[in-house]
Design a protein around this ligand. Structure first.
Ligand code: BES
Ligand code: ZN
Ligand code: ZN
Length: 494
């Protein structure tokens, strides 16, 4: 997708649509010239009231464009970055419906919001909602194959700044699309090996990223008994991906990002129901988000050091599946009684965390994944859960969530919960009662963290949507990429 900038509406090239934004009850604009009268007709006819996300198409027969879209932004005094994202999300759907490839968009002036943030929010709404996943469809079977947006011309002041902000936003949003493609893709295609190939490709594109792919023999040598146990029932081998970005070689400051890479979760011998299994190709969302984040960081050339660590395997059912009631030894030496083979994410993360803490020795560690169904019981489908042993790290991640609207809510990790981890025959067990299931999972992971600042994101409620809403599409959201990139952009060293 190409993004251009021009200073005035008169300089526009022919396009499929010209978009003119209006706040509710503010319909007079000095910059529109003779287009002003054309735009007022729907207002006089009471067809357009400038409501948030309202889109009206006009066909005035201008030579420059096929149509004009009036876009409602809602009341001016209530305008926020999020209301802009929502409005431009509606616009993206209108573009898809009208098969627009090239468009010209007048950037609105929002008194309280700096121009560059308006541009960023506008592109976020537009590009996040404009995503289409039709790779698994055959064109001849589709009544109307999707037409994607290829060219956006932004019309407004501060051309240089606008172009700079647009370029940065585009890089991050393209990474979000890439994460979604991985998550939406068939589990038969997006295997552990495929994730590894993806990581290799990123390192070929960006010289500051280096990827190491470790095979099953290496995992065995490392003593990662939990990752090996989970992967045992599958026809595909596990792999362990280490993808590091060095943007500040002179600094020893270093963050590790661990992503859950279960490429399919059947539940193992504790088999899931059809309803619960249908979306389990998305159980590598954490891995996809972590890899896309490092890709975006590479594209932005941020002055930080990050290593992405991905334990990747399938939780399949078969003669070799790991067993309920058996005890498996983790890389750290802690033995784990498997009381539920469906609580597999915490097992593979535990071995990855232990490796990261002992070998990579980062200043802080953040893990992310679709860990528990009970996270949505606690928070609904709006937020992700955030657990942390560090108030400083938790606050910084919370604030990044507020800025990007990829919001989280901090959950407790009180000592009292630790009691539930106890096992009669092993050091700890991997699952307890249904109540407080997400907290159990986080307490389990904490056993492998030692003392470094650590945060755990349980993104189960928001990684994969049952229905499209606001600017989020149905299915994979890629949520977490914008949050993490924003965190790294604002990172204050501890
Ligand atoms: N991958 C699931 C969690 C999940 C559920 C993600 C729904 C997205 C949507 C995870 O591996 C799992 O099955 N967790 C169990 C844990 C339980 C057995 C303690 C769960 O949530 O039921
Ligand atoms: Zn599971
Ligand atoms: Zn899972």
């Amino acid at each position: 997708m190409q993004i251009h900038t021009i200073a005035h509406i008169d300089k526009r090239e022919p396009s499929d649509a010209l978009v003119i934004p209006f706040f509710k009850d503010h319909y007079v604009r000095a910059d529109l010239g003779r287009l002003q009268d054309i735009c007022m007709a729907p207002v006089h006819a009471h067809d357009f009231a400038g409501k948030e996300g309202q889109v009206v198409a006009l066909y005035p027969g201008e030579p420059e464009e096929k149509r004009i879209f009036l876009l409602g932004l809602g009341p001016k005094e209530k305008c926020s970055l999020e209301s802009l994202r929502r409005s431009y999300g509606s616009l993206a759907r209108a573009f898809l419906k009208h098969k627009c490839k090239a468009v010209s968009i007048v950037v609105p002036e929002c008194e309280l919001i700096p121009h560059e943030l308006v541009v960023k929010a506008l592109l976020e709404g537009l590009i996040l909602a404009g995503y289409v996943f039709d790779k698994l469809k055959c064109e001849s079977m589709q009544d109307e194959p999707a037409v994607r947006l290829e060219e956006i011309t932004l019309i407004g002041p501060e051309l240089h700044l606008t172009a700079k902000v647009a370029d940065k936003a585009k890089k991050v949003l393209e990474a979000v699309w890439r994460a979604r493609d991985l998550i939406n893709g068939n589990a038969d295609d997006i295997t552990p090996h495929f994730l590894a190939t993806f990581a290799k490709e990123i390192s070929q594109e960006f010289p500051r990223i280096k990827t190491e792919i470790k095979d099953k023999a290496w995992i065995e040598k490392e003593g990662m008994g939990l990752l090996l146990a989970v992967s045992r029932g599958a026809a595909v081998d596990p792999c362990f991906i280490i993808c590091s970005y060095t943007g500040l070689p002179i600094s020893s400051d270093h963050t590790v990002l661990v992503g859950k890479g279960i490429t399919y979760d059947t539940g193992g011998l504790k088999l899931k129901s059809i309803e619960n299994m249908l979306s389990m190709r998305a159980d590598m969302s954490g891995a996809a988000v972590a890899l896309a984040t490092i890709e975006a960081i590479g594209a932005l050339n941020l002055p930080i050091n990050v290593t992405c660590v991905i334990p990747a395997c399938e939780n399949a059912i078969g003669a070799l599946s790991y067993k309920l009631g058996d005890v498996y030894k983790s890389r750290s030496g802690i033995s784990v009684e498997v009381t539920n083979t469906d609580a597999e994410g915490r097992l593979i993360l535990a071995d990855a965390i232990s490796y990261a803490v002992d070998v990579l020795q980062p200043k802080r560690l953040i893990d992310i994944g679709t860990l528990t169904g009970s996270m949505a019981v606690a928070l609904g489908n709006e937020l992700m859960g955030l657990f942390s042993n560090s108030d400083f790290l938790a606050e910084a991640l919370f604030q990044a969530g507020q800025r990007t609207h990829e919001r989280s809510w901090r959950m407790p990790l009180y000592e009292e919960y630790k009691e539930q981890l106890k096992s009669d025959i092993a050091d700890i067990k991997n699952a307890g009662s249904a109540q407080g299931g997400s907290i159990f999972c986080a307490m389990f992971l904490q056993q492998f963290v030692k003392d470094i600042p650590w945060a755990h994101f349980d993104i189960s409620p928001v990684a994969f949507n049952k229905e499209a809403r606001t600017y989020w599409p149905k299915n994979a959201t890629g949520i977490g990429v914008r949050l993490l990139v924003d965190y790294f952009e604002h990172m204050d060293k501890e």
